[in-house]
Design a protein around this ligand. Structure first.
Ligand SMILES: C[S@@+](CC[C@H](N)C(=O)[O-])C[C@H]1O[C@@H](n2cnc3c(N)ncnc32)[C@H](O)[C@@H]1O
Length: 313
């Protein structure tokens, strides 16, 4: 934060960038997301059938939420942080199904913040806050972040600058966890598999997700290394293609209502973005990673010839 101007140097999407996308309104998203309003790639293991079917989409989203709660290692009575909590589906699942005592969600979207508050869920606290400003007196037992990492750097940053921005994120997460505490992270990433057509990132950064940029796996690995071991990695790009197909077929089915709510231009922009994204995942020009990270234990140093041990962070 610049103490003179009150503004932080820009390292990713700002609240205004986030609100430009997410605050088009929950009623619009409710037309094509699942009933829990989860806005990220679902987990389709063992689920077959049309992805636009409401029950199947809800089932696959629920499987994804349970997967991340499990990977974050938060058990009944524990405290959970959800960085980029959307409309609160993980927070709800954490308190209602996993017995989490306190689930804290962070979002930069005023619409999402208001929605989660309106749910009145016991044990859920939501903050309209950037993770960079988050403070907690008590450590969390586990952290989940799904579909937010894509907003933590912007397109004009160099690789080193992006790594620096991601490293700042991992440093904060490590500070909020006990040694060996876990962070379950889900993010889209760019691959080197297909030729990149620069119009694709330009379209997304310009028209859909202003102020955002996709990471590469090597950047994530380099950035997290001082703080976390990667203990599990799933590559699930096919799951994202399927989720996007479900969303876009649902949006198409609801096209009349959608156009009344947001107008024909915004409807067309979203349809284009959902179809274009599906193609990008099918070509494997980008993919989806679910990454489990475990905070390193306290560093052990041999203290002198007496054989005594001291522990430091
Ligand atoms: C694609 S949505 C995913 C929401 C939710 N995790 C889900 O799966 O439905 C991205 C979320 O990240 C949040 N976000 C982006 N940048 C953030 C930041 N710097 N601090 C806190 N939240 C952020 C947005 O406000 C939004 O809630």
């Amino acid at each position: 934060m610049n103490t003179r101007t009150g503004q932080r140097p820009r390292t990713g999407a700002t609240a205004a960038d986030i609100q430009a996308h997410y605050d088009i309104g929950k009623d619009f998203y409710a037309l094509w997301l699942d009933p829990g309003l989860t806005y990220s790639c679902a987990l389709w293991d063992g689920i077959t059938g049309a992805p636009g079917n409401t029950d199947l989409l809800a089932q696959a989203q629920h499987a994804k939420l349970r997967y991340h709660l499990d990977q974050a290692g938060v058990t009944a009575g524990g405290r959970l942080l959800d960085i980029g909590c959307g409309w609160g589906s993980l927070l709800r699942t954490a308190v209602e199904e996993a017995g989490v005592r306190q689930a804290v969600g962070l979002t930069l979207s005023a619409d999402q913040d208001a929605h989660v508050r309106s749910l009145g869920l016991a044990g859920v606290d939501v903050e309209l806050q950037d993770w960079r400003d988050h403070e907690t007196a008590e450590r969390y037992d586990g952290i989940v972040s799904i579909g937010a990492f894509e907003h933590f750097a912007h397109q004009d940053m160099s690789r080193d600058e992006r790594i620096g921005a991601y490293r700042a994120f991992f440093a904060r997460c490590a500070g909020w966890l006990p040694p060996l505490g876990r962070l379950s992270l889900q993010t889209i990433a760019l691959t080197d598999h297909a030729e990149h057509d620069e119009s694709v990132p330009d379209f997304f950064a310009g028209e859909v997700f202003p102020g955002s940029a996709l990471p590469r796996l090597s950047e994530i690995a380099t950035a997290c290394e001082p703080y976390f071991a990667i203990t599990r990695l799933r590559e699930d790009g096919a799951d994202y293609a399927r989720t996007l197909r479900g969303w876009s077929s649902r949006l198409f089915q609801a096209r009349e209502e959608a156009q009344l709510l947001v107008g024909p231009d915004a409807y067309l922009r979203y349809r284009t973005y959902l179809r274009a994204s599906e193609i990008v995942f099918m070509r494997q020009a980008s993919t989806l990673y679910r990454i489990t990270l475990r905070r390193w234990p306290e560093r052990r140093t041999l203290a002198g010839a007496s054989g005594g041990q001291s522990f430091s962070q």
